[in-house]
Design a protein around this ligand. Structure first.
Ligand SMILES: Nc1ncnc2c1ncn2[C@@H]1O[C@H](COP(=O)(O)OP(=O)(O)OP(=O)(O)O)[C@@H](O)[C@H]1O
Ligand SMILES: [Mg+2]
Length: 367
């Protein structure tokens, strides 16, 4: 009955425009359970890396993206008007915590605008911005948990910004194929939602895609620190191709193979991008531990297609001095047996798409 009253909109689509592939999932919610209804992936075989940054090719890139999405959505049989949640790459946006004195809402809005100038190089007119008070520093615990309530001396505000042109770009792509765009968010939030949700504690996620790596620290389900590196699986392939003196194609096949080239003592492979990611992760974790003396990191997870590389968990466990595991974005989702192969094969490439659809589910539950 409830579902009837809500216009049966208990289906949610998540669309992740990755550099190497578009990933789409459809989830539904009924009887307190989340079901995988449908999924699809379309490889973007054109070289997104160079075309994305080349203005002359922008319209042909857009056209290809459009065609790829249209074909996929048709194949999946998604209905016109389906509620869709769409991500923007992490590196397009900004997520930061700023600390300010406690003040009235109106004053706060002005103070945040002022602070935002320090972080955002372009005109503020060109970015969509949102913010939320996440902590009252020095307030009694009960108050601090009651987000938005006064009482402390200082507040911590989570500031989120993304270029309006990127938001419009993805909005155009998705509404252009007759899906309803319910929300667009930075993929950082999608990844955190599917891997951590509102689990208590402090978690650190390293999502290594093809073009980019996204490092996310969450505390009580809230993103606290976010860093993006403009390098990922593509650079792992480059390093292998250089070390072995073989083509990128061969290096890609080798990378996906069963051999662990990261942990053996006789391994001659030096993969600078992994050293960069490990170094940056260590820096984030150390500075967080320094500022929060009694807090421990409850879990470190790998995500993204590159996390399937043989031996990567061991590599990062060693580099970070703590157990690192592959994250599981499917943990709250019930899937039919037919999908088990996908879950095992491509499971962690779907962190973003699943997190997006889960946002729809959460909004539905709240209403
Ligand atoms: N078995 C495997 N071992 C190592 N790397 C793999 C494996 N399978 C896929 N990859 C790599 O995963 C990457 C794709 O991951 P993913 O789908 O998360 O990226 P994306 O979302 O398209 O890219 P981005 O997030 O950077 O825009 C590619 O670089 C690919 O080479
Ligand atoms: Mg990705």
């Amino acid at each position: 009955m409830l579902e009837f009253l809500k216009g049966k909109k208990n289906h949610f689509i998540g669309i992740d425009f990755g550099t190497s592939a578009i990933k789409v999932v459809e989830l539904s919610y009924r009887d307190q359970q989340i079901y995988l209804e449908n999924y699809g992936i379309v490889e973007l075989n054109f070289d997104g890396q160079s075309e994305r940054s080349d203005a002359d090719n922008a319209s042909s890139y857009e056209q290809k993206l459009n065609d790829a999405l249209r074909t996929l959505v048709k194949k999946m049989g998604l209905k016109n008007g389906s509620q869709s949640y769409v991500s923007i790459p992490g590196f397009s946006g900004l997520i930061t915590i700023i600390e300010l004195p406690e003040m009235q809402q109106e004053e706060l809005a002005k103070a945040i605008q002022f602070e935002a100038h320090k972080y955002i190089p372009s005109s503020l007119d060109e970015v969509a911005m949102s913010w939320e008070i996440v902590e009252h520093v020095g307030a009694p615990k009960a108050l601090a948990q009651n987000i938005g309530a006064g009482g402390g001396n200082r507040i911590k505000v989570l500031l989120v910004a993304a270029p309006k042109k990127d938001i419009e770009h993805y909005d155009r792509l998705v509404s252009g194929i007759n899906l309803e765009v319910s929300a667009i968010e930075l993929e950082t939030f999608s990844i955190a939602r599917s891997l951590v949700g509102d689990d208590n504690g402090v978690f650190f996620i390293i999502d290594i895609g093809s073009r980019a790596t996204n490092m996310i620290l969450t505390e009580r389900g809230i993103v606290r620190i976010n860093r993006n590196i403009d390098a990922g699986g593509n650079e792992i392939t480059t390093a292998i191709s250089d070390c072995m003196n073989v083509s990128r194609q061969r290096a890609e096949i080798f990378k996906r193979g069963e051999k662990d080239i990261l942990n053996g003592t006789e391994s001659n492979f030096i993969i600078p991008v992994l050293e960069l990611i490990a170094g940056e992760s260590r820096r984030i974790l150390n500075s967080y531990k320094e500022k929060n003396k009694d807090i421990r990191i409850d879990g470190i997870f790998l995500s993204g297609g590159s996390s399937r590389m043989k031996g990567l968990e061991e590599y990062f466990s060693r580099a970070l001095g703590q157990k690192v595991a592959i994250g599981n974005p499917w943990r709250r989702i019930t899937a039919k047996d037919e999908a088990s192969e996908l879950v095992a094969e491509l499971g962690n490439s779907f962190s973003v798409a699943l997190g997006l659809a889960l946002r729809g589910m959460e909004e539905y539950k709240r209403d």
